[in-house]
Design a protein around this ligand. Structure first.
Ligand code: BES
Ligand code: MN
Ligand code: ZN
Length: 476
């Protein structure tokens, strides 16, 4: 684990990083004449990362651009943090301290965030883990304008993202719906939030028809977890509820998916749940002054002998009857129950996160979250702003009435799939039937899981949503 530390003044740390202005750098005065000449030559050569080897010490000069757009500016520093992490690892460095006299402290934090997020590794299933482990152990932020608390907050948030990533990266052979609930209980104890898990009989008792229908093809029981963070100094009287899709594996059910490039990474279909779990970890660790509820319906979706079938009509928790025409549209079935259950909290706002549609991937790729909403502008714009800040950006899709036509059924209240067009929106329209409060739906199917490495986001489970929601709550 990488330890993040804060110091107000430089100590005798051996490896030092300086964040300098790319356009007009002020060279640190303790560079020798030769080092200055080398640095100047490298800088003229447009190098953004200069390494000065004073073995056993190493100095690094990192050049960044002053930008008008704060969002892009912060992202630039995260990416520089990632590049630096890679360079330090090649040099097998264990300790580095970083400082800047030119940039505002937020940018130093963003650099540290980029370094820290790059440190994630999922090595559980390798025999020789030690050989693969990144070398860095400690990063010291030297800046009198920062505080130990600010650095600690960042460290907790990064740990929260790592928990989310780890849960996504765990395959079904470990992470069943029951195991996911156990993980939630474990993390609730570690971080200090409350958690309660409904087992199958409680789920039956509550009448979660959608969750039970999807679970019918599985040999493992479903779970439904309720998370709560309620500090004494909560600023809101009505809670904010977060719902996360917890499909621990999506085969498509009887509407079976092809394996290659489709089913093979569907262990990531609980990324919405992972984001919510990560959020609660960060909120509790950092003691956010807000009352929050989290709901995580979970099961795998399989074509077992008793699997729900196209043509089935399912009575949902809300009482609405749904004609199932595609068992691969299972996410909306389990979310619907959690969304109607959320009503009992009389929430100020409900946000759901789900890897809901392939159509969202087609529309916005891995760069954006497809957002739909019934919430007012104030909350929604705040979330959009948070998205820019953490670089988990949102694109709004409309929930116009006309799209609702596609999910009208001949035999029941609604059906669970629309036509080929606007697939993410018809999924949103389906969920809307189960909401009776200000609501935002986030389809994270694109950015939840990456097939090749992308800077500090990494590869595999990204944990998208945790930093977004945490930032949103900080701004709330
Ligand atoms: N989990 C998938 C959506 C998905 C696809 C997530 C690709 C990440 C990457 C979801 O359950 C699903 O299968 N959706 C169907 C809906 C369709 C049957 C209406 C889809 O998008 O094909
Ligand atoms: Mn599916
Ligand atoms: Zn799914």
């Amino acid at each position: 684990m990488l330890e993040l530390q804060w110091k107000s003044e430089a100590g005798s740390a051996s490896n030092r990083v300086f964040l300098l202005d790319k356009v007009d750098p002020v060279w640190p005065d303790f560079l020798s004449e030769q080092e200055k000449a080398f640095a100047l030559q490298q800088w003229e050569n447009k190098s953004t990362l200069i390494h000065l080897n004073r073995y056993p010490e190493h100095l690094f000069l990192v050049f960044a651009e002053q930008m008008d757009d704060e969002s892009k500016g912060l992202e630039q520093f995260r990416k520089l943090g990632n590049q630096s992490h890679g360079m330090w690892n090649k040099l097998a460095l264990t300790d580095v301290s970083v400082t800047t006299s030119f940039f505002a402290p937020d940018y130093l934090l963003a650099f540290a965030e980029g370094v820290a997020l790059s440190h994630y590794q999922f090595l559980k299933y390798f025999e020789k883990q030690e050989d693969k482990r990144f070398s860095l152990q400690q990063l010291v932020l030297v800046d009198a304008r920062l505080s130990a608390a600010a650095v600690e907050e960042l460290s907790n948030l990064v740990q929260a993202v790592f928990h989310a990533r780890r849960l996504i990266d765990e395959p079904l052979s470990y992470l069943t719906a029951g195991k996911l609930a156990e993980e939630i209980l474990d993390l609730s104890k570690q971080a200090g939030f409350r958690a309660e898990v409904f087992d199958k009989s409680r789920i039956e008792h509550e009448g979660f028809g959608g969750l039970l229908a999807v679970n019918r093809g599985s040999i493992d029981p479903p779970s439904f977890s309720v998370l709560e963070w309620k500090p004494e100094n909560a600023m809101n009287s009505k809670p904010i509820v977060f719902v996360g899709k917890g499909i621990v594996y999506d085969t498509g059910g009887l509407s079976l998916k092809p394996t290659g490039n489709s089913m093979d990474y569907m262990k990531s279909d609980m990324s919405g749940a992972a984001a919510v779990i990560g959020l609660f970890y960060a909120a509790a660790k950092n003691k956010l002054p807000l009352h929050l509820i989290g709901l995580v319906p979970a099961t795998d979706n399989r074509p077992g002998l008793n699997a729900y079938t196209p043509g089935d009509v399912i009575k949902m928790h809300s009482g609405l009857q749904v004609e199932v025409l595609n068992t691969d549209a299972e996410g909306r079935m389990i979310l619907a129950d959690a969304l109607s259950y959320a009503k009992r909290y009389e929430p100020e706002l409900v946000v759901d996160l789900a890897t809901l549609t392939g159509a969202a991937v087609v529309a916005v790729g891995t760069e954006a979250i497809a957002a739909m909403r019934k919430a007012g502008d104030e909350a929604f714009y705040k979330l959009m702003k948070a998205g820019k800040h953490v670089y988990e950006r949102l694109v709004e899709f409309p929930l116009w009435d006309e799209y609702g036509e596609q999910i009208k059924s001949e035999v029941a209240d609604i059906k669970n799939v629309g036509g080929r067009d606007a697939g993410s929106i018809t999924a949103g329209k389906f969920l809307e039937h189960f909401t009776a409060y200000p609501w935002i739906h986030l389809d994270i199917a694109g950015p939840a899981f990456l097939h090749k490495k992308d800077s500090y986001r990494g590869q595999g489970g990204i944990g998208v949503g945790t930093r977004l929601l945490y930032q949103f709550l900080k701004m709330y």
